[in-house]
Design a protein around this ligand. Structure first.
Ligand code: SF4
Length: 407
């Protein structure tokens, strides 16, 4: 029996590029990071603050909820306030149920948004469905905006699901219930995209997504979608969950898809802890793209996990400190030192792997583990450059990293 595996990242699937307020999605452009606010959009101050924080953290597009007249009326004010802050971040309006009405009643909102997100599962039922979906598409044509047709299994088109389940039954159940569900998600996205094009929205104004909350459903669903369309794809595991579970589930599924060349923009949907930092999802998205080698956003700090050879916490503290310094300084460094995001720093606990790993980094240190002499060799550009001794090894290395970046 022969088996073949594709280990290398596969070439990106060819998709039609979509311009979202000046940010190119698809067509071979780097995978775009996006996020979503959780403020009440009608609260202009809170929403401006959160959009600004997300954008400053690296979110290239930010989606906001537009669920009622008050939030639609707030959108142009939010746009203006962001512009006054010098933040040119494209805003995406997330519409459900009454999007057709809100866009018709609030032309300034329709104009201020860079993209409209439509969920075909809840634009209306029966004869109202196509009419209300069509009304949103007509607004997109009128204002020259792209749309994302975002299917979500939590709000799946029930009429389509029932039809496909009945078809499956008539054919003697060739598909499992799970496969019918995946097929419904894919068809819902494709049928809606076809309808949008029939109404007159150009192909380069349409992005698709097909979100589910289970990793083993998400991967085949997007794989099926990607072979049946060349529309740009927005990837996301919906309701990924809290804390490390959400991060692991999103990274596992989106990582596998991107390794197959699938996906043009990603959102990591994390459930924030009460009072938690919303920008975490942006950081995770960036880190995922960076560790997979698809984009570079910030210097990488490689640190060993530590073991019985390190009884002090000096090296963990130093690794954390260097990481924090980098995050704090990046907005300035990015402007001042182009290419700094590709830098690799190593902070290692002892001589077992310290010198080797440090040589692979641009600048690295091998701290003295238990029983070693209080001296730490520093490696710069793959060669041992000096040895730091004394009681301020961590501080001295921090200074060296700063100097290396300046050079
Ligand atoms: Fe332990 Fe040294 Fe390896 Fe770090 S480099 S994990 S301290 S053996």
């Amino acid at each position: 029996m022969s088996m073949s595996f594709a280990f290398e990242p596969q070439p990106r699937r060819a998709t039609v590029a979509v311009d979202v307020g000046g940010v190119r999605v698809g067509g071979g452009a780097p995978v775009v990071v996006q996020s979503m606010t959780n403020t009440d959009t009608a609260d202009v101050d809170a929403t401006v603050a959160q959009v600004a924080a997300l954008h400053r953290a690296g979110s290239e597009l930010v989606r906001i909820t537009v669920d009622r007249d008050e939030s639609a009326a707030a959108v142009p004010r939010i746009r203006e306030r962001l512009e006054r802050l010098g933040l040119d971040v494209p805003l995406i309006g997330d519409f459900h149920y009454i999007g057709h009405k809100l866009l018709a009643d609030h032309p300034a909102c329709a104009e201020a948004l860079a993209k409209y997100r439509i969920n075909p599962g809840n634009v209306g039922f029966k004869e109202k469905k196509d009419r209300q979906f069509g009304a949103i598409i007509e607004r997109a044509i009128q204002y020259d905006k792209p749309v994302r047709i975002g299917v979500n299994w939590g709000s799946l088109d029930q009429e389509l699901l029932t039809r496909l389940m009945n078809d499956n039954q008539e054919k003697g159940f060739p598909l499992t219930a799970q496969q019918v569900m995946r097929e419904t998600i894919v068809q819902s996205a494709l049928i809606s995209a076809e309808l949008a094009e029939e109404i007159g929205l150009p192909r380069n104004r349409i992005i698709l997504s097909a979100k589910v909350s289970n990793v083993q459903d998400l991967i085949p669903t997007y794989a099926m979608l990607s072979v049946r369309t060349d529309h740009a794809l927005h990837l996301g595991l919906t309701e990924a969950g809290m804390g490390s579970k959400g991060i692991v589930a999103s990274s596992a599924s989106l990582g596998i898809l991107m390794q197959q060349g699938i996906g043009d923009t990603i959102r990591i949907s994390l459930t924030p802890e009460p009072g938690g930092d919303r920008t975490r999802e942006v950081q995770v998205a960036q880190e995922l793209l960076q560790v997979m080698g698809f984009r570079q956003f910030i210097p990488v700090v490689a640190a060993c996990p530590g073991c019985g050879r390190t009884t002090s916490t000096v090296f963990q503290e130093l690794a954390q400190k260097i990481q924090d310094d980098i995050r704090r300084n990046m907005p300035v460094w990015r402007e001042k030192y182009p290419g700094v995001e590709g830098l690799k720093v190593a902070v290692m606990g002892c001589i077992v792997n310290g010198p080797g790993e440090s040589k692979h980094a641009d600048i690295g240190i091998s701290l003295p583990g238990t029983g070693e002499l209080p001296a730490a060799p520093v490696y710069i550009d793959g060669k041992k450059a000096l040895t730091i001794r004394g009681t301020n090894i961590a501080g001295d290395f921090e200074t060296l990293v700063g100097e290396y970046i300046e050079k």
